[in-house]
Design a protein around this ligand. Structure first.
Ligand SMILES: Cc1cc2nc3c(=O)[nH]c(=O)nc-3n(C[C@H](O)[C@H](O)[C@H](O)COP(=O)(O)O)c2cc1C
Length: 169
């Protein structure tokens, strides 16, 4: 799938089949995260790959509105590590680029995914911190649920000319 098609047709997928995801593909998804742009090329991230069924189920039960984890083949927790930053407070933007790269790579490879926000949601942050033994100095940023889609959503034309300002506002 070419890049523009992947961008235009990616949708959030919250239902997955029970088909497992090959380790090599998981590595490709992680690589998509690692090659994301980051401020000053600081790459202030860590990833936790969660593919244990019981852990995914426990997370789905502990966190509100996270039912997509019940059928996900795996989830990737993207974490920010402020200690890796020489220039402070870019890690949220860096981790966002990472998340989008992984979701697009997943879609381009026939997977579906959902960005489950963690940052600024204390009960979710606490739940993943405890379940996945995330150290105190590391910030859970987003959990991406992933798997082969068991639902199909069409790409949408969302171009909104009223939000585009040419030359000046
Ligand atoms: C920062 C961010 C946080 C999100 N958090 C959640 C979430 O906690 N739970 C969820 O089901 N979807 C979450 N989403 C997915 C959005 O609901 C979804 O992207 C939006 O509805 C647009 O649909 P689309 O991804 O199919 O284009 C999040 C997306 C972003 C970018």
């Amino acid at each position: 799938m070419d890049t523009m098609t992947a961008i235009a047709t990616r949708r959030t997928i919250r239902k997955y089949t029970d088909q497992p995801v090959a380790d090599e593909l998981v590595r490709q998804l992680l690589n998509a995260g690692f090659v994301a742009p980051s401020a000053f090329d600081e790459r202030p991230w860590h990833f936790v790959v969660v593919d244990d069924r019981a852990t995914l189920q426990a997370l789905a039960e502990k966190m509100e509105s996270c039912e997509m984890l019940q059928t996900a083949a795996l989830a990737i927790l993207i974490c920010g590590d402020p200690a890796l930053e020489q220039f402070e407070n870019y890690w949220v933007q860096d981790c966002s680029a990472c998340a989008q790269n992984i979701l697009l790579a997943a879609h381009a490879n026939g997977l579906g995914g959902c960005w489950i926000a963690m940052e600024r949601i204390p009960p979710r942050e606490a739940a993943v911190r405890e379940a996945l033994a995330v150290p105190e100095h590391i910030a859970p940023f987003a959990l991406l649920s992933l798997g082969y889609p068991d639902e199909s959503l069409p790409g949408e034309d969302r171009y909104d000319a009223s939000r585009v300002h040419h030359g000046q506002w």
